[in-house]
Design a binder for this molecule. Structure first.
Ligand code: FES
Length: 124
């Protein structure tokens, strides 16, 4: 059901875990299945210097989280915000249609983490 790239990210997830001193944290849930994904970012000189994820979800959700962390690590905040949900699905070589909602979680969690970072910055 999943292609080799998805299986690789699922079986060898990159940047799994959390960041205790994260600058931004974003958690999103998938109402259709109840799965939850959290992304943690550390920002240095306006770039995503570190990123980690914790995903309690299906294989597609875990692979999408892993792929997204690789996609945006080292990118500026503006560059990271340019990515779309399709960039994740296409970058993984396509997902089965019933799994598209799982891959959407990763970009939503990233945007939530960036929003959290930006709102903390605005308060400082
Ligand atoms: Fe829940 Fe994929 S089935 S995120």
């Amino acid at each position: 059901m999943y292609n080799d790239k998805i299986m690789d990210h699922f079986q060898n997830p990159r940047n799994a875990g959390d960041l205790k001193d994260a600058d931004g944290v974003g958690t999103v849930g998938n109402p259709s299945c109840g799965d939850v994904m959290t992304l943690y970012i550390k920002v240095k000189d306006d770039r995503i210097a570190e990123i980690k994820f914790k995903t309690f979800g299906c294989g597609a959700a875990i692979a999408s989280s892993s792929f997204t962390t690789e996609l945006v690590k080292g990118k500026t905040i503006d560059e990271a915000l340019q990515f779309t949900r399709n960039d994740v699905a296409d970058g993984l070589g396509g997902l089965p249609p019933i799994k598209m909602h799982c891959s959407n979680l990763a970009l939503d969690a990233l945007k939530a983490a960036i929003e959290d970072y930006q709102s903390k910055q605005a308060k400082n």
